[in-house]
Ligand binder design. Structure first.
Ligand SMILES: [Zn+2]
Length: 61
């Protein structure tokens, strides 16, 4: 079983190759195997937390 991978599309309009990169490549740059362009792998999208388990000081009392 392969771990989670990220799919990104090459920004090169003449290439547009879909690359599968490992999750650990997030925030890094990978090279397109089609055209050789360097593609920035976007960081993990901020997923909606189930519940904010933080202790933010709320002064609005
Ligand atoms: Zn490419």
């Amino acid at each position: 079983m392969a771990s989670d991978s990220v799919r990104i599309m090459c920004p090169n309009l003449t290439c547009r190759r879909v690359l599968s990169v490992p999750e650990e490549a997030r925030g890094r740059s990978v090279r397109c195997r089609g055209c050789g362009s360097t593609i920035r792998v976007p960081a993990k999208p901020s997923q909606p937390s189930e519940k904010p388990a933080g202790g933010a000081p709320a002064d609005a009392a």
